[in-house]
Structure formats: structure tokens, C-alpha cells
Design a protein around this ligand. Structure first.
Ligand code: 9G3
Length: 572
């Protein structure tokens, strides 16, 4: 294709609303445009990248014996009522009505639809195992769509569902998907880690996440510093080990002290001249079971997924200022477990070990000192509810854990019979007895994988696509488009590349060479072929690698073979 005929609206300026580098670069390089919050148009270059990722996914799913189908985006409320999830997901579910007033949702995922298909169409154990997948838009009305394509309200997902006769069968299907996912992300040219994950609200009992490692990643993960051990988990899952309490002295009498306008852990600790770890941090949450107070040591971070699991609730939301005032009688910043009537307390085990700690007094501008758990307050639940930190012992081998950031691009779950039981998706076993199918579900964020690739592969000049998912392999740039000899040569080289099976574009625009080079770097073609005077006069054509800046000089006659060899070598 000739660049002059392509829709690649590159921008010099960084879009003001783009918070992450993938969003900035995909907009600037002319791949995507925002239509509405969390809703994007994929321009032709992005469409090609998505197509490549999808092709890799299809090949790897099919290799494992999976079959592709296409389920509807519009899903009837009745199926979601049968699974019990119509009321679980509140505003996140995009709901709509037809002209008859019947309720539907836009599919955020497809467990209900696929389980309904199974119950209607599959009868016998002889038809199992079954692996069914689709690649399709998904809809989730996120409270705060952000980070560009990493957290959209409409996004592309590959979702696969496995049906087996028993747990042993599920184990085989799960391993197949683990293998397929590993191959998908490796083939996409991404560095990734597989971590143990929490199954969360979906239910089920085993899960792994595939994380593209990137400093900008939203997900925190830990992994064992011992290569031999290999333990890795996201911080929702990794158990924290309570550290010993540093105060070994006797409990002292509880005392209220003034802490005027000191509301944060840092402010209170600074004002009282103690370390933040002396503070009992109290966070009030609203849940469907009512309000709870969660306690962690002042220098620790509460993990909401762990808290959610400890409480067995589906909804968890930090209480607003009004609710806090109602429950504690004080403004935000002075809540504490002492004398907090009517609100059950859940405490991290580390808090239970604290001696003579500091906590809010449920009174404006006041904290208690010498707070001792058990003596000064009671708790309903003790549970690990904090984020694990680097340096804590590995739960498997005891060696120190390391921390890293990543972008979750895939997740696999063992679901068991949760959905098949709820919807009555059974098959007849050898004895003719009806048994619920044992299910797994497996997702890859396709549009998110594209964004994650940019997060991992970019530099100051723009995107650096791994060759396997680049929109095109090569851009051919005539230095002076008005020079007929240069243009003629560039055009014939472009044709030869295409004939050799190389995906090439010809930048025939009447722009200065600098502008075309800048756009080529921004867009991130793995290779750039420069055709200048030396090419015409001395037969010297330059091939430049986007990633390294390394240049190879070759001749027009050898160009196509040279480019093919560079692409086939697999390091681009
Ligand atoms: C919803 C809404 C949001 C959701 C879900 C349902 C996440 C929901 C979890 C999954 C699990 C797997 C198949 C592919 C692999 C992942 N957010 N999940 O179920 F109604 Cl609004 O989607 N699904």
C-alpha cells in the first residue's frame, strides 16, 4: 500500500487525556481514536495488529482441538437470573430493553450463553471433552474507564469454555489452555509471567493469570527469588506473613490525645513522633451485608480482593464521608476500632499482635494511644487482608519474594460445576446418569494485548512492534519523493518486497525525509528501507532495524532476500 492513500492520522502532540504510554502512542501513531469514554475506533493499522494477534490465537486454540463459534452480544436477562448473576453485577452490566420491555444485557462475558448452548445441544459423555471459543467485543460499564485500551468499556476478548466429564478431564483441558496461552504470548513477542491468581467473584477453585511485564503495569505480582522454586502469584493471592511486633513491653493505659487536623497515617505518625507501623489503620467499607471496619498496620496496604474473600461479600466499596460520619460520629481520618459500636471489625493478623498502638478515637481531631487489641476492642474476623511486600518469605520455599508489575492479558479458571449446576447443563454418563459438566473458562484480552505490547515495546521515538504483530514489516522511504529516479527505484523495491511475501508500505508522500522518518519511528515498523541518492547512484540501499537502530547496507537486487532473512531470523 502507498502511504499517500492510507488513513494514518499521526499527531505531533501527546493527547492531553492519555494517561498511559500505550494510549498516547496508539493515538499519536494513528492507530486508535476515542469515540466515548472507554470506547475506541480501531483505524486500519490497529485492525491489522488485532488481526495478527487473533490469527496467532486461532492457530493455538485450534492446535489444542478447540472449535470457534460466535455467540450473541445481546443476552437475555433470564439466563443471568438463572445463574444468579443478574443482581450480582450492578451498574457494570450494560442493560437494555427491547420494544416489548424485555430485559437484556450486552455481554460482559459468556458463561451463561455457552452453558445454555451446552444444556440444549450436548447429551452424552461421548461428546466430551468440548472446547469452544470465540473472538468478540465485550461490554463492561466500568466506573472509571481509563488507561486507554487497557481498561475500556468495549473491548475485544477471546473467550474459551471447556466442558469435561470430571475433574481429571478439566485438569487436561486446563493444561492445554495453559500451554496454548504460553505459546500465544511468546509468539506475540511479549515477555510475560504466569502467576497464581484469585478466582474472585466468578467462583471456582484454580486460576492463573498471564501478565505482560511492564513497569507501567497496573497489576502487582510477586515471584520467588529462587529460580528453582518458581512460585509466582498476584498480590491478591499471595499470602502475607505477619511480621513480629516490635513493642515487647507491657500494655500501657489507653489514652486519648489531640491530633488536630491530622487525618492520614503519615500526618498522625509525624505529629505524635512515632513510626507509621505503630498506627492501626482503620478503613470503613460498605458491603451488601452492611458496613465493616478493616484494620491493617499503618505501613501496610489493604488488599480489597483479600478483604472481599475474607468477608464472603460480592460488593465492597470504601465508605464515603457521610457514611463514615454516621458510623463513627467523626469526620474521615479519625475512625478506629475502640468503641466503634455496631460495625463488625476484621483485622489483619499483624494488627492482633500490636502492643500500645495508635488508632482513631471516633472523635474529631482525636486519636487513642496505647491501644491493645483484645483489651481495648474485639474483632469479628482475623484474616490476611493486606498486600504482600517484596522481601517477605515465599510461601512455598521461604526465600525472599521479589515484586514486579504487569498487565494482565490472559486469565484461565477452573470453574467446576457452578454454572452447569445453576443452569442444569448435564450430560449422560456411561451408566445413563445425568451429571453436570465440569467447566473451565479462559480469556485473552485481544485489544489489551495490543496495548500491552506497546507498553512493553516502545522508546522515546514511538512504538517498536514485535515483527509477529506489526501492522506491516517494512516501510520503504524514498528520501526525496520529487526525485523520479528515487521514486521509481523505491516503487520497484516495494513491489519486490511484496512479491517476496514481505508486508511493505511505500511512503510516497511529498514530505521531507525527516517527517517520514519520524512517522516511521512513531508507527514502529520493524524495518525501514531508505532509498536516497546513494541507492540511485551507487546501488546502496539502507535497511534500518527499528529496535536497535542498527543499519545494514545492501543492494537493490539483494534487498528482498536480506529483508526476508532479517524477518525470518526472529529477533525483530
Ligand atoms: C459481569 C461483569 C463483569 C465481569 C463479569 C461478569 C469479570 C465476569 C469474570 C470473567 C471470567 C472469565 C470468560 C473468559 C475468561 C474470564 N467481569 N468477570 O464474569 F457481568 Cl459486568 O469474565 N470469563
Amino acid at each position: 500500500m502507498r502511504v499517500s492513500a492510507m488513513l494514518i492520522p499521526t499527531l505531533r502532540e501527546v493527547p492531553s487525556d492519555a494517561e498511559v504510554v500505550s494510549h498516547q502512542l496508539l493515538v499519536r501513531a494513528g492507530f486508535v481514536r476515542k469515540v466515548s469514554a472507554g470506547v475506541y475506533t480501531f483505524l486500519p493499522l490497529a485492525r491489522r495488529v488485532l488481526e495478527k494477534i487473533e490469527t496467532i490465537i486461532r492457530e493455538e486454540m485450534n492446535r489444542q482441538g478447540a472449535q470457534e463459534l460466535l455467540l450473541p452480544i445481546i443476552q437475555p436477562a433470564e439466563l443471568w437470573r438463572e445463574s444468579g448473576r443478574w443482581d450480582v453485577y450492578g451498574p457494570e452490566l450494560f442493560r437494555l430493553q427491547d420494544r416489548h420491555g424485555r430485559l437484556f444485557c450486552l455481554g460482559p462475558t459468556h458463561e451463561e450463553i455457552i452453558t445454555d448452548l451446552f444444556r440444549n445441544e450436548v447429551k452424552s459423555y461421548r461428546q466430551l471433552p468440548l472446547l469452544l471459543y470465540q473472538i468478540q467485543n465485550k461490554y463492561r460499564d466500568e466506573r472509571r474507564p481509563r488507561f486507554g485500551l487497557l481498561r475500556g468499556r468495549e473491548f475485544i476478548m477471546k473467550d474459551l469454555y471447556s466442558f469435561d466429564r470430571d475433574e481429571a478431564g478439566l485438569e487436561v483441558s486446563y493444561r492445554k489452555m495453559y500451554e496454548a496461552y504460553s505459546r500465544v504470548f511468546a509468539r506475540c513477542g511479549l515477555k510475560y509471567r504466569v502467576v497464581e491468581a484469585d478466582t474472585g467473584a466468578i467462583g471456582g477453585h484454580d486460576s492463573h493469570e498471564f501478565m505482560v511485564t511492564a513497569a507501567s503495569g497496573e497489576a502487582l505480582l510477586v515471584y520467588c527469588s529462587s529460580e528453582r522454586c518458581g512460585y509466582a502469584a498476584n498480590v491478591e493471592r499471595a499470602p502475607a506473613t505477619p511480621a513480629p511486633e516490635e513493642d515487647t513491653g507491657p500494655p500501657r493505659p489507653l489514652e486519648a490525645v489531640a491530633t488536630p487536623a491530622r487525618t492520614t497515617v503519615e500526618e498522625v505518625a509525624g505529629y505524635l513522633g512515632v513510626s507509621p507501623r505503630r498506627i492501626i489503620k482503620t478503613l470503613l467499607y460498605e458491603t451488601e451485608k452492611g458496613m465493616v471496619a478493616a484494620l491493617v498496620r499503618g505501613d501496610r496496604q489493604l488488599n480489597e480482593v483479600k478483604l472481599q474473600n475474607a468477608l464472603g461479600v460480592l460488593r465492597l466499596e470504601l465508605a464515603g464521608a457521610e457514611a463514615v460520619a454516621r458510623a463513627t460520629g467523626a469526620p474521615v481520618g479519625f475512625a478506629g476500632p475502640v468503641g466503634l459500636g455496631g460495625v463488625p471489625v476484621v483485622a489483619d493478623p499483624e494488627v492482633m499482635k500490636m502492643r500500645n498502638g495508635v488508632a482513631g478515637a471516633n472523635r474529631a481531631d482525636t486519636h487513642y494511644v496505647n491501644v491493645n487489641p483484645g483489651r481495648d476492642f474485639q474483632v469479628a474476623t482475623v484474616a490476611d487482608i493486606r498486600v504482600v511486600e517484596a522481601g517477605e518469605p515465599c510461601p512455598r520455599c521461604g526465600q525472599p519474594l521479589e515484586q514486579a508489575r504487569g498487565i494482565e492479558v490472559g486469565q484461565i479458571f477452573k470453574l467446576g460445576d457452578k454454572y452447569s449446576r445453576a443452569l442444569g447443563a448435564t450430560f449422560l454418563d456411561e451408566k445413563g446418569e445425568a451429571r453436570p459438566a465440569i467447566m473451565g473458562c479462559y480469556g485473552i484480552g485481544v485489544s489489551r494485548t495490543m496495548a500491552a505490547a506497546v507498553e512493553q515495546h516502545h522508546d522515546a521515538d514511538g512504538i517498536v512492534w514485535p515483527a509477529s504483530i506489526a501492522p506491516y514489516h517494512v516501510v520503504v522511504v524514498p528520501v526525496n519523493s520529487r526525485d523520479e529516479a528515487q521514486m521509481g527505484l523505491a516503487d520497484s523495491l516495494y513491489r519486490e518486497l511484496m512479491a517476496a511475501g514481505v508486508e511493505a508500505v511505500l511512503d510516497d508522500r511529498p514530505e521531507r525525509a525527516g517527517v517520514k522518518f519520524k512517522d516511521a519511528d512513531l508507527i514502529g515498523y520493524p524495518l525501514r528501507v531508505t532509498v536516497g541518492n546513494r541507492a540511485v547512484e551507487q546501488g546502496e540501499v539502507e535497511v534500518r532495524e527499528r529496535r536497535t537502530g542498527h543499519t545494514h547496507v545492501t543492494t537493490p537486487g539483494e534487498l528482498a532476500a536480506r529483508v526476508r532473512a532479517l524477518l525470518d531470523a526472529g529477533h525483530l
